[in-house]
Structures are given as structure tokens and as C-alpha cells.
Design a protein around this ligand. Structure first.
Ligand SMILES: [Zn+2]
Length: 324
């Protein structure tokens, strides 16, 4: 029997004490998050709710936009099912823009897709409820949505087990690029929003990343990515490392590469938290959920919200430059 430490599960699926997500985190359900976005953003200038289709399990996919300026920024979260902290981070960004930083909405239009993969999210909750190992990244068809995009999809995958071509692994790229309803929804959203910058919220690793993902080397915008990434890190009480995504391992069919190479967007990927094997207390080392989601969600997101909102300022500055 486990003693003391973080509430959790055995990584191997052995029955355990489980965790109450209304207390641990706490972490809200997608439906609660949707209500939060409607409540917080509704009534602000330019507010709109966007319905982007349905998942395999018939759950509606939503995005919201707010603001009336020319500079367009997109925040996405909840791509990898178990990374609930990204969803909470997305909500914290919306709170900040609806509250203290509301002035930015005069010059920007900000888009949010807080739960890209609601089927996966509810699957994680179901496993937690049954006190089973909740290690789920994929959608209902077991496709890793962050490997399901066209850039590099058909390349020979040289990145080892994280690359995306292994059918039985948690990062399988799917039968074809943009084969999944969630991927189609994101494509629809990107074509509607036409953002200049984007931020995709993930966990864990304490990193502010940018393309490329599918090859070693640098993009033509490497210096701009490093500059804006550095500005973001400077706004974090506990600064994250700023680096290209390829520094960890190569991935193929990644959303960031697709946004950058095919859609002309400058995307960042935030890896929230130093959890994993570096989580504290050590008793959480065998709690897979604690690897990606900290016990205090508000404290974890507070470190990053100003940095994330800075992307809107960067987009406003960039729009002013391209207009002049
Ligand atoms: Zn992730």
C-alpha cells in the first residue's frame, strides 16, 4: 500500500487511492471551461463563439474570439489529453485579457481553443474515476493530434519513439494528415483567425519552444523567435528555457511546423511545469497524472500568464511594423 505523499495512482494501473480533481489542481471539465470562457469573455468587444464540428464521440469543438484590433493571436490547449494544466493556463490568459490587460483588445483580436481534444480529456477523467493509469495523450481514435499535420508527415521518421509513426504508441500520427475531426477543426479555426502568432499550451518541461520540429537546424525566423521567447521568459518569476522544439527530439506532423511552414504563423509551444521525475514531493514520481498536472494549478499558471499575454503585445508591435 502507498503511504503519504501526493494523491495518485500507480503508474502500472494498480488500484490506488485516486484523486479528486475538484480539490487536486483543481482541474475543471471541458464543459466548465466552456462556461468560464462564455462568462469571462461574453460582452467584450468583438466577442464571438465558434463551433468547429464534432469529435468521434459527438462532442462539439469550440473556440472563442474577442477584440477588434488587426493583430491576431491564437491560443490552443488540451491537445494532449492528460495535460489538463494547459487548459487551465488558457483560461488564465483569457481572465487576464478580460481583466487587467483588457486594453490590448483594442489593438488585437485574440482567439482561444481551450480544449482541442475533449474526448481524450474525458477519457483521462474516466480512468481517474476508475483509479486506473490515466496516461492518455491521444483522441478517441488513438491519434496524437500533435503528429497529425502535413509537414513532415510522410518523411522517414528519425526521431525515435516520440516521432509519431508507431501505431501502438501514444504518439501515433494517424492514417493521413488532418485525418481527425479535431485536426480539421483546428485547420478551420486557423483559416478563420489567420493569426500572426500562436501559442500551443502543453506540459511538462519548463520550456518556451518554437519551430522547427521535424529537422535539426533553424528557421529563417530563429532570431525573432528567440527575441520574443526571451521577452516572455523575462516575465516569468521562474523563467523557462527558450529553445527550438527540435532540441528535445524530432517530431513529424507537428502542429507548430504546420502553422509555421504552411500557414505563415509564428507559433510558440509552452511546456508548463517541471513535473515528471522532477516533481515534488518524490512520492508523486509514480503518479503519472502529477507528471503533467501540478497539485496547485493556480500557482503553476501564475508563473506563465504575463509571458503568454506578451505574445499579444508582440503581435501588436509586429502589425504596426508591417503597416508602416
Ligand atoms: Zn503535450
Amino acid at each position: 500500500m502507498r503511504r503519504g505523499g501526493a494523491p495518485g495512482f500507480a503508474w502500472n494501473g494498480k488500484r490506488n487511492r485516486g484523486v479528486d480533481l475538484t480539490k487536486y489542481g483543481p482541474y475543471r471539465t471541458p464543459v466548465e471551461i466552456y462556461e468560464h470562457f462564455r462568462k469571462v469573455l461574453g460582452g467584450l468587444p468583438g466577442y464571438e463563439e465558434h463551433s468547429l464540428g464534432e469529435t468521434r464521440r459527438g462532442r462539439r469543438l469550440y473556440a472563442w474570439s474577442v477584440g477588434e484590433g488587426a493583430a491576431s493571436v491564437l491560443y490552443t490547449a488540451g491537445c494532449h489529453a492528460i495535460e489538463f494544466i494547459g487548459v487551465e493556463q488558457c483560461a488564465a490568459i483569457a481572465d487576464e485579457l478580460a481583466g487587467p490587460r483588457r486594453g490590448l483588445l483594442e489593438k488585437a483580436c485574440v482567439w482561444f481553443m481551450p480544449v482541442l481534444n475533449p474526448d481524450g480529456h474525458y477519457k483521462v477523467r474516466e480512468l481517474i474515476r476508475r483509479r486506473l493509469c490515466p496516461l492518455v495523450k491521444t483522441n478517441a481514435r488513438r491519434v496524437d493530434l500533435n503528429r497529425n499535420f502535413p509537414v513532415g508527415f510522410h518523411e522517414p521518421h528519425k526521431g525515435g519513439i516520440m516521432a509519431g509513426s508507431h501505431v501502438k504508441l501514444i504518439n501515433y500520427h494517424g492514417p493521413a494528415p488532418i485525418s481527425e475531426p479535431e485536426s480539421k477543426a483546428l485547420e478551420k479555426l486557423v483559416d478563420l483567425a489567420r493569426p500572426a502568432f500562436a501559442m500551443n499550451l502543453h506540459s511538462f518541461g519548463e520550456k518556451i519552444c518554437f519551430p522547427p520540429c521535424h529537422y535539426k537546424g533553424r528557421t529563417a525566423d530563429h532570431e525573432l523567435f528567440e527575441k520574443i521567447g526571451g521577452e516572455m521568459a523575462a516575465l516569468q518569476p521562474h523563467p523557462y528555457k527558450v529553445c527550438a522544439e527540435n532540441e528535445m527530439y524530432l517530431t513529424y506532423g507537428d502542429i507548430s511546423d504546420w502553422m509555421y511552414e504552411e500557414k505563415g504563423i509564428k507559433p510558440f509551444l509552452l511546456e508548463i511545469g517541471a513535473f515528471g521525475m522532477f516533481a515534488s514531493p518524490p512520492s508523486s514520481w509514480w503518479n503519472i497524472f502529477a507528471w503533467t498536472c501540478p497539485p496547485d494549478a493556480a500557482a503553476a499558471t501564475a508563473n506563465n500568464t504575463a509571458a503568454c499575454v506578451h505574445l499579444v503585445e508582440a503581435a501588436i508591435e509586429n502589425a504596426a511594423h508591417s503597416a508602416s
